[in-house]
Every structure is written in structure tokens, then in C-alpha cells.
Design a protein around this ligand. Structure first.
Ligand code: UD1
Ligand code: CA
Length: 452
């Protein structure tokens, strides 16, 4: 970590028209987290305690999304260019003295190490005034070009529109990510004009101004994969694919077996232990934590779930927010859990809904058991004791408690508490009529033959 305080200015005032969306571009999710938040997390990890997002249209959406993180918002009413956008953060950072890093909200994969490498460069012995993050993509497209010497000293920054054929031939591109001390930033930005092909105030012009002042500006290079920009739904899907591929590789490196890695989808915050086996076609929504020695069978969907070691889930299980499986618990096919705790060694092996429920250790929940937790207005709790046995096709009508070691007979609809050790059987008395069916069939067949 460098000694200087770090602030980030994230530009996100562009229209993002190619997304064709009512949602602000930077709020579209990658791995279940808005792309902007991926960047904010990397910036935080790099030590940027102060963060300002510059927005134009749909400001309130971005404001609502970043408010819980304590991120400031600055408004750019008219999109006059990247330099003009960065200048809008001045008021929010009026009391800040340190290094500012300017980056773009639609470039979510910028890594903390790279941010540090760029900002630390300002403190090197040759004391550059501006440091720019550059990259060399396979296809340099219409990116701005950086003309620099072999040691990374910049001679010129030029936008594609303004570049000569010779300059367009240069492979080193500007990522837009720029580090400058705040003591310099605002005055440099104030001096930027818009006399160029686009008629815009260009952020890279602060480099040209620093050079004109006789100061040094440098480029720091990084991997193009970190600088993927998202402008369309197709690019969003590409970014998701890149993120998932990395996460799958990481999960395997950390000791999980993915039988068919390309069919497993993680969320930004999925936590997985060692010796976890994940079968094909498993989807993790946000908020899942899995301990060691767990098997997640095919086609399971998990979100907001905590799974202790030795558990088995699925195939075709659905764990919704608040699902908690304790040591060695088992959830089988077509079982749904929501705000429910399955105690150590407890089993719900088939076709069950456990909502707003607590199940004690080693209890057995039979096939087709339903906790009836909702009356259309409120939700109610079901509490099942240790070693209880719930017979198949039972309805537990909450609020209700089933005691430890109790047995609920198959097919019961239980609406009153069951005491410890009790048998509860809630079924109509059975009517038994020997030979009745045979007589019925005989009579009906005769009737049909006689054409009546
Ligand atoms: C910019 C750089 C270019 C670089 C490229 C990398 C400039 C002038 N050019 O070009 O050198 O190679 O990024 O992707 O900086 N924005 C605002 N307000 C504005 C204009 C832009 O907030 O008035 C935001 C956009 O929302 C976006 C970012 O700034 O997040 C970049 O703007 P964009 O128009 O995409 O810049 P490029 O032309 O791609
Ligand atoms: Ca762009």
C-alpha cells in the first residue's frame, strides 16, 4: 500500500443507449452483482476509501444502489466529455487531499493490484505527474492511442478520431483509467478545452497539459482482460462468461470438483469449501456458503443458503434465502427450503416444502411433507423436535410444534401441537366393505351389455 490517501472518481454519465434498457447500464449485473459494484469493491480493496460516481440520466437508480456503501454521487447534466465528467466530482472531494484515480463504471474487472500499481507509480523516484493505464488488445478498434517510449514515458495521447494513420497504427491503447494527485487534478481539468474532432472535453488532455508544463506522464500496462468494457447485452453476456470461467477455475484450484464446470454458475459472493462435489447444471444465486465435504447434485438452485459439512443437496433441490443445513443434513429431489433450519443429520429426501421452519437433529421428514406457513396475510413457524418422524404426505399447519421423538402418521393434517414422544394420526376412520368392488363391476358390466 502507498502512503497517500486514495479517492476514486467513477464516470458513468454516458447514455448507455446500446443496452436498450430502462435500467442504468452500470447496474446491469455480472454474477448477480451490478457491474458498478464489482469496480467499487476492487477500488475499496485497493484502498480507495472515498468514491464518487458521476452520473447523468437515471441518477436516482445509481444513487439508490450505491447509498448503502457510502459512495457519493456527482451529477453531470450534459455529457460534454470525460474531462468535464471528472470535474463534476470536485465538490464531493473538496476536503480530500491525496491521489485520485479516474475510471469508468462500465469496466468492472479492473483488479485491486493494478489500481495500486498505477497509483504507486506516482510516488516513484522519477515523480510523474500523471499515470495512465494502458493495454495492448488484439484489436485496437477506436480506442485512444498512447504514444510512449520504451520506458513508458508518454509523448502524446491521441483520440482515434483525431489520430493520423501513423498514430492509428500504434498498438498501445488508453484504458481511460488515470491517476493524478488531487492537488493537480482540478486545475488540469479546468484547463482542458474542446477544440477537437468530437468537440468534447477529453480526459487524456490532462496528460498533454502536464507534458506542456514540462512534467513527466507515464503509462502502466495491464492485461486487456481487465479492461473489458460493457456496452451491449452481448458484451454483458461475454463479461459474465469470462467471470464465470475464472470463478470455476478458482473453485477447482481451491479443492472443489466440478464434474462439468461450464454448466455451473456462481454468484459474486459464493463461498465453497474443500472436497465439495458439484454435479452438472447447478446455479448459485447470491449469499451461498458451503462448508467442506458437501455434495450438490445436478440441477439444484441455491440462493441465500448456508450448508454445513457433510451435507447432501439434490438433485433438483431448491434452497431459498434463509435455508440453513447443519452438519450431515440431507435434502433430496424436489425439496424446497426457505427460512428454514434443518438440524444435524436431519433428512428431507423427497418432494417437500420447508418454509419458516426449524427441524431438530436427526428428524426424518417424509415424502410430500408440506409446512403450511402462509394464510395469505402472515407467515407462521413450524418447529419440529429432534428425532421426530413425519410420515409421508403430511401437512403441518403453522403455527405448530412437533415434539422430540414424536411420530406424525402418514397423511396427517396437523394443526395442533404434538407433545414429545406422542403419536399423532389425523385421518378419517376407514370404511371397509369386502367384495363391494367385485359386485359393483359385475352390475355395471351387465348394465352396459344390456344397452341400458
Ligand atoms: C474513452 C477515452 C479513450 C479510451 C476509451 C477506453 C476519452 C476522451 N477517451 O473513449 O481514450 O481509449 O475511453 O474505453 O476519454 N462519460 C461521462 N460523461 C461524459 C462522457 C463520458 O460520464 O460526458 C463516461 C461514460 O459513461 C463512460 C466513460 O466516461 O463510462 C467513457 O466514455 P466513452 O464515451 O465511452 O469514451 P470513449 O469514446 O470510449
Ligand atoms: Ca467507451
Amino acid at each position: 500500500m502507498g502512503e497517500q490517501a486514495l479517492a476514486a472518481i467513477i464516470l458513468a454519465a454516458g447514455q448507455g443507449t446500446r443496452m436498450k434498457s430502462d435500467l442504468h447500464k452500470v447496474l446491469h449485473p455480472v454474477a448477480g452483482l451490478p457491474m458498478l459494484h464489482h469496480l467499487l469493491e476492487s477500488l475499496s480493496a485497493a484502498g480507495a476509501a472515498r468514491q464518487v460516481v458521476v452520473v447523468g440520466a437515471r441518477r436516482e437508480q445509481v444513487e439508490a444502489s450505491v447509498a448503502p456503501r457510502g459512495v457519493a454521487i456527482a451529477h453531470q447534466a450534459e455529457q460534454l466529455g470525460t474531462a468535464h465528467a471528472a470535474l463534476q466530482a470536485r465538490d464531493a472531494l473538496a476536503d480530500f487531499d491525496g491521489i485520485a484515480i479516474v475510471c469508468f463504471g462500465d469496466t468492472p474487472f479492473l483488479q485491486p493490484d493494478t489500481i495500486r500499481r498505477l497509483t504507486d507509480r506516482l510516488s516513484a523516484a522519477d515523480s510523474p505527474r500523471v499515470a495512465v493505464l494502458g493495454f495492448t488488445p488484439d484489436d485496437a478498434k477506436a480506442y485512444g492511442r498512447i504514444i510512449a517510449d520504451a520506458s513508458g514515458n508518454i509523448a502524446k495521447m491521441v483520440e482515434f478520431k483525431d489520430a493520423s494513420d501513423h498514430e492509428r497504427g500504434v498498438k498501445l491503447c488508453n484504458s481511460g483509467v488515470t491517476a493524478v494527485r488531487t492537488a493537480d487534478l482540478w486545475s488540469l481539468l479546468d484547463r482542458v478545452g474542446n477544440n477537437n474532432a468530437a468537440g468534447e472535453y477529453y480526459l487524456p488532455d490532462i496528460v498533454m497539459l502536464a507534458i506542456q508544463d514540462g512534467d513527466r506522464a507515464v503509462v502502466v500496462e495491464t492485461d486487456p482482460d481487465e479492461l473489458i468494457g460493457i456496452n451491449s447485452r452481448a458484451e454483458l453476456a461475454e463479461a459474465e462468461a469470462i467471470w464465470q470461467a475464472r470463478r470455476r477455475a478458482q473453485a477447482m484450484a481451491d479443492g472443489a470438483s466440478l464434474v462439468a464446470p461450464e454448466t455451473v454458475w456462481f454468484a459474486h459472493d459464493t463461498v465453497i469449501g474443500r472436497d465439495v462435489v458439484i454435479e452438472p447444471n447447478v446455479i448459485f444465486g447470491p449469499g451461498v456458503t458451503i462448508a467442506d465435504n458437501v455434495v450438490i447434485r445436478a440441477f439444484s438452485h441455491l440462493e441465500g443458503a448456508t450448508i454445513a459439512s457433510g451435507c447432501s443437496v439434490g438433485p433438483f433441490a431448491r434452497l431459498r434465502p434463509g435455508a440453513q443445513m447443519q452438519e450431515g443434513a440431507k435434502v433430496g429431489n424436489f425439496v424446497e427450503m426457505k427460512k428454514a433450519v434443518l438440524g444435524p443429520g436431519a433428512k428431507a429426501s423427497h418432494l417437500t416444502y420447508l418454509g419458516d421452519a426449524t427441524v431438530g437433529a436427526n428428524a426424518n421428514i417424509g415424502a410430500g411433507t408440506i409446512t403450511c406457513n402462509y394464510d395469505g396475510y402472515f407467515k407462521y413457524q413450524t418447529v419440529i423436535g429432534e428425532n421426530a418422524f413425519i410420515g409421508s404426505n403430511s401437512s403441518l399447519i403453522a403455527p405448530v410444534k412437533i415434539g422430540r421423538d414424536a411420530i406424525v402418521a402418514a397423511g396427517s393434517a396437523v394443526s395442533r401441537d404434538v407433545a414429545d414422544g406422542e403419536l399423532r394420526l389425523v385421518r378419517a376412520e376407514q370404511l371397509v366393505k369386502p367384495g363391494w368392488a367385485d359386485r359393483f363391476h359385475d352390475a355395471m358390466r351387465r348394465k352396459k351389455r344390456e344397452g341400458k
